[in-house]
Design a protein around this ligand. Structure first.
Ligand SMILES: [Zn+2]
Length: 338
């Protein structure tokens, strides 16, 4: 039996220990179903959701190979697979589903009852080889930077879906406030810039990140405590932080008829119904995205209009990447490479 290296979560722990993941030797996954695809991982993004899984805020079965944001090269395919072949560079759509449910036929993979998610419900990409299925890979050109593009399969996907929702509300010059310019936010600044004519205001507590947001195309960037001039002025607030304080901030920033688009988890929405009614506010959530959303954001990236910023870490340095993310030391997205 062939063996590979994997970084494994053995249990959840309320406090992030110094070595949250263990390096283990695991059997390589093999094709068993006709639609199976085994991918040799090129890049595996490190997401805040991994921290939520590690601290028990979100449930995952253990032991588990984390990593739900993956790209790589097709290593082996099942007997029924026709659309990709060994050696093809692919991005891994984060959900594995049969495609047979009615909701899926309308594109709703995220809500499918039979959904499996490598890195969350089954073993993911913090390893050398990962099992997925033909419906869940997107082939990209051989010239593509698979490490950078791995970030599209979760961060870019959710940012794309959130920006599509937001852009439907945004006319030219309308103010869109983006809270948190990290893995998702740094992609959202670029996506929204590509698909809308809104005035993008980036908000982050870190001054280097605020300067970074301006380089990415934001019209202005501010500390969250420096937003008084935007009170009652935002058509859309996109929240990539997800805390009680960002919800409260959003409520102040939104103008009449404005929309809050929530992508991150962690806080609660509490607001007087007078706000909802008399100011016609809308609060909506975005959960990852569809395969079609992945196609759209990949098109933007391949055309150069969206450029993921990544900090590379060797697979065995996954624990350092997780700590850097927790401490706010990552610009853009941390990506593990085996
Ligand atoms: Zn994620």
């Amino acid at each position: 039996m062939a063996i590979m290296r994997a970084m494994v979560m053995r249990s959840a722990n309320a406090v992030l220990p110094s070595l949250p993941l263990a390096l283990e030797q695991r059997p390589e996954p093999t094709v068993s179903s006709p639609s199976d695809v085994v991918v040799r991982i090129a890049g595996a993004g490190v997401c805040r959701t991994d921290l939520h899984l590690l601290n028990g805020m979100l449930y995952a079965p253990t032991p588990l190979v984390l990593g739900h944001e993956n790209s790589g090269y097709v290593h082996a395919v099942g007997s029924a697979v026709t659309s990709v072949a060994e050696g093809d560079p692919v991005l891994c759509y984060p959900f594995i589903t049969s495609g047979l449910e009615r909701s899926e036929r309308a594109g709703g993979h995220a809500s499918a009852n039979d959904r499996r998610t490598p890195g969350i419900t089954t073993d993911g990409g913090y390893c050398e080889l990962m099992l997925t299925s033909e419906r869940s890979v997107l082939r990209v050109p051989g010239t593509a930077d698979l490490v950078a593009l791995s970030t599209l399969t979760d961060a870019g996907l959710a940012a794309q879906r959130a920006c599509t929702r937001a852009s439907a509300q945004l006319g030219a010059g309308d103010v869109a406030v983006l809270l948190g310019i990290g893995g998702l936010g740094h992609l959202a600044v670029q996506i929204l810039g590509a698909i809308s004519a809104a005035t993008i205001v980036a908000v982050d507590i870190n001054s280097d990140t605020r300067a970074f947001a301006l380089q990415l195309g934001a019209a202005a960037s501010h500390h969250p405590e420096d937003l008084d001039s935007y009170t009652n002025s935002a058509r859309v607030v996109m929240d990539f932080v997800g805390s009680d304080s960002t919800v409260e901030l959003s409520r102040r920033l939104l103008r009449f008829g404005g929309s809050y688009v929530g992508v991150a988890i962690g806080g609660h929405i509490e607001l007087p119904l007078t706000d909802l009614v008399e100011r016609e506010l809308r609060f909506e959530g975005v959960f990852v995205g569809t395969y079609e959303d992945l196609c759209k954001v990949t098109t933007l990236a391949l055309s150069g209009r969206v450029r993921p910023t990544v900090q590379r870490y060797d697979l065995v340095d996954a624990n350092r990447a997780l700590h850097d993310l927790a401490e706010g030391r990552v610009r853009g997205r941390a990506v593990l490479t085996p």
